[in-house]
Ligand binder design. Structure first.
Ligand SMILES: [Ca+2]
Ligand SMILES: [Ca+2]
Ligand SMILES: [Ca+2]
Ligand SMILES: [Ca+2]
Length: 424
């Protein structure tokens, strides 16, 4: 029995081997009769006709008191006194009688009197597939990181089947799936199953895999047992935050009050935990002036006004924003927010007067240029459109010059009093 243990020296093993051979040889020589019967046969089942095989006359059976000599009371065989046949006295369980999957033999002594004779009989109990493979646990859980290399093996619980030979475990199967195969290797008496990763796992695609491993024996029909295998896929930071838009376009009136929400940027990171938690920030290259006007909430992605806007100062701002996950090291991505400022009519036209002469004589001819004026408005579009006119009842008129919003003030007749020019 130590042969099974590798630590024993080969010398010991050889000695034990020869000893066993000798014992078997001796027993076989002694055994006059050999019978074979499957396990689990019911009481009274015929094993062999001992009397006939020993050449004992059926008529003298009663006188010769044929019987099985057994040390214990619970002998599994007996001789039928009338027929001289060996029969089952008690149902035999091979797995209880003999452990392991080697041959299971029961040696008997049969005693015959008048004259006294002892005969040796060996009954071999053959195996019946009366056990299903079974796992010690119902469930087994593995935690496997996504992107683990294909080919990696994971040892599964082994199933046990106490039957012998082909009736014991023959193979393991697994439910059809995209990622795992099953392999097994023989270790002493057991067949150990392994999960083998065939294709990398992706947690973002599927975070848990449930598989059923079945151990099947080689009986006819085969029997089987199952093990539920649960695979939890551990996260790796393999996704960078992804903005909902490459560029965000926003328009806002220049008179929007401080605190107004300009827009909100949004990025998604499908990883788990801190690998998927996002922090927003302005790009480090953002001009200081711009960062003084706009504020970005690092958690919500909301951009608000920190200062009043002025269209006349800047019509557009380009804000480069960054989203970063909280992994170490983090993965980041960028997007741009273009804020267009809309004009409000918040500037009155301004008149610039360039007087040519401080005084003008009463006898100046009509059409004399008195002054040059130019009108400007800081607003834009319609808000900057200027309609210039001169107050009525004065002997002056505005004469447009070649340049827009520039005029010369000229006399319309002879002057007899001073007036002053006004413009709306
Ligand atoms: Ca079996
Ligand atoms: Ca069996
Ligand atoms: Ca991931
Ligand atoms: Ca991530």
């Amino acid at each position: 029995m130590w042969c099974g243990i590798r630590r024993r020296s080969s010398q010991h093993c050889w000695f034990a081997f020869f000893f066993s051979l000798l014992t078997i040889f001796e027993r076989q020589t002694l055994a006059e009769l050999r019978y074979s019967i499957p396990e689990e046969m019911k009481e009274g089942t015929f094993v062999g006709n001992v009397a006939k095989d020993l050449g004992v006359d059926k008529l003298s059976l009663t006188d010769r008191r044929f019987r099985v000599v057994s040390g214990s009371k619970d002998a599994v065989f007996e001789v039928n006194p009338d027929k001289g046949s060996l029969q089952v006295r008690k149902k035999i369980d091979r797995e209880e009688m003999c452990h392991g999957s080697g041959a299971c033999q029961i040696e008997l002594k049969i005693l015959v009197e008048n004259p006294l004779e002892i005969h040796y009989v060996v009954v071999e109990i053959t195996d019946v597939n009366d056990h299903s493979p079974s796992f010690s646990e119902k469930e087994q859980t593995f935690e496997i990181a996504e992107h683990t290399s294909p080919g990696t093996r994971f040892e599964l619980h082994a199933a046990r089947d106490p039957d012998a030979g082909v009736n014991s475990i023959r193979t393991y199967t697994i439910t059809s799936n995209d990622h795992f195969d099953i392999e097994s290797s023989q270790s002493d008496e057991d067949k150990i199953p392994f999960l083998v990763l065939r294709k990398s796992l992706d947690r973002e695609q599927k975070s848990q895999h449930l598989l059923c491993v079945t151990a099947v024996d080689g009986g006819k029909p085969p029997r089987s047992g199952t093990l539920n295998v649960s695979i939890i896929v551990l996260d790796i930071n393999d996704n960078r935050p992804n903005f909902s838009q490459d560029t965000y376009q926003v328009e806002i009136y220049e008179n929007a009050s401080v605190g107004t929400t300009v827009t909100a940027v949004k990025a998604i990171d499908p990883d788990e935990g801190t690998n998927g938690e996002i922090e927003y920030s302005f790009s480090k290259t953002l001009a200081r002036k711009v960062s003084e006007i706009f504020e970005l909430n690092s958690i919500s992605g909301k951009i608000t006004l920190k200062q009043k806007l002025d269209f006349e100062d800047s019509e557009m701002y380009k804000l480069d924003v960054q989203a970063s996950d909280k992994a170490t090291p983090p993965l980041t991505s960028r997007s741009r927010v273009v804020v267009k400022i809309k004009d409000i009519n918040d500037n009155a036209p301004e008149i610039e007067v360039t007087s040519l002469s401080n005084t003008v004589t009463e006898d100046s001819k009509p059409g004399t240029i008195i002054s040059l004026i130019s009108v400007t408005d800081k607003d834009s579009g319609a808000n900057a459109k200027i309609i210039s006119s001169i107050a009525e009842d004065v002997p002056f008129q505005l004469k447009p010059s070649y340049k827009e919003n520039s005029y010369s003030v000229v006399t319309t007749g002879f002057l007899d009093r001073w007036v002053f020019i006004s413009s709306p």
